[in-house]
Design a protein around this ligand. Structure first.
Ligand code: FE2
Length: 337
């Protein structure tokens, strides 16, 4: 069975193809909207997706060496995300499912990051730290016998959010701070490079409440210190990241001990940060827990994770319905069925 997935929640328009017979990703293509000097403007990003969508779809089919007629399931990211962007992926998937008379499967973007990472890492039932621009959550799921794939149980809903940001996502923290420093693009990686040059820790607000955490006080305090006498901006980058990552580690460790999970994965755009992965790995090893981070292609926004998760949900009997259709900008992972 071949599943084709559309990702269009924010800056990326991605098309991926997953083949369940070989249990492999056949292709994972994307086009990326670059917003210079401003955050993502939803309308502009959606225009970019509409202009580039057909090209990305053609590239994905060519690399997978299949035609649209060979696709068995069309899936799309239903949310959470930016409304105008979500609609581009939905329109494409809906049109193709009708014209090719194939099922349409709505997929939750956060579920897809976690499922693709779990699949790539060959984990069974991990605790997931999901870190991206708009979302930062600690998620647990359960194993479902029904609808197994490849003779194995499926990691499935209901998902529980054991902890989450009380204000902004950790990626949003880094993007906003980097723009305040005058950086143009790829904010997280630029900040990480500057943080590596930082040597001195500057005291900044640290907010963890149980398994929840917050970053806006940290952002405000760090931004106020930019250009202050005696403050080196690389030290500031180092201190900002160090504080944010320590918050995430403390909350994730608490959730690990509570849930008694034996595997921990980190997924989402910020999971590409080596410093964060190093801290989580050390914390997991201290607790005798297996740690993993998937191939970067699954941490960046991509269509293959939507395709893989579309397949999993289809096997569980999920497809478009009166209750589950269109787009949902604020669709939480703990609302997924
Ligand atoms: Fe994402």
């Amino acid at each position: 069975m071949k599943a084709l997935g559309f990702e269009s929640t924010a800056h990326t328009f991605g098309v991926g193809i997953y083949d369940s017979d070989s249990d492999s990703v056949l292709s994972n293509k994307k086009a990326f909207y670059k917003s210079l000097g401003e955050g993502i403007v939803p309308r502009k990003a959606a225009d970019h997706h509409a202009a580039n969508g057909a090209k990305v779809l053609k590239e994905a089919l060519a690399e997978a060496k299949i035609a649209l007629d060979d696709v068995d399931i069309f899936s799309y990211a239903r949310g959470p995300g930016l409304g105008p962007c979500l609609k581009t992926g939905y329109a494409a998937a809906k049109f193709l499912s009708i014209s090719h008379k194939k099922p349409l499967v709505p997929v939750n973007h956060c579920h897809a990051h976690i499922e693709a990472s779990r699949w790539d890492l060959e984990m069974e039932n991990p605790l997931a730290l999901y870190v991206s621009g708009g979302n930062t959550q600690i998620v647990s799921g359960s194993m479902e016998a029904a609808g197994s794939a490849h003779g194995r149980k499926i990691f499935a809903p209901p998902f529980s959010v054991l902890g989450e940001t009380l204000d902004i996502g950790v990626g949003n923290l880094f993007d906003t701070f980097a723009r305040s420093l005058g950086e143009e693009f790829a904010h997280g990686s630029i900040l990480a490079t500057r943080a590596e040059k930082g040597k001195k820790y500057i005291d900044l607000p640290y907010t963890v409440k149980g398994m929840n955490f917050a970053f806006s006080g940290l952002l405000t305090a760090a931004t106020k210190k930019i250009g202050a006498a005696g403050v080196n901006s690389d030290d500031l980058c180092f201190s900002l990241m160090e504080t944010a990552f320590a918050e995430l580690c403390e909350a994730a460790e608490r959730a690990l001990l509570l849930s008694r999970k034996k595997e921990l994965l980190v997924a989402g755009g910020v999971a590409q940060n080596m410093a964060l992965c190093g801290k989580l790995r050390a914390m997991a090893e201290d607790n005798g827990v297996k740690f993993g981070v998937a191939d970067n292609q699954f941490n960046a926004d991509n269509g293959a994770m939507i395709a893989r998760t579309g397949f999993v949900q289809f096997k569980r009997g999920v497809k478009e319905s009166a209750k589950l259709n269109g787009i949902e900008q604020k669709w939480r992972i703990d609302e997924v069925e």
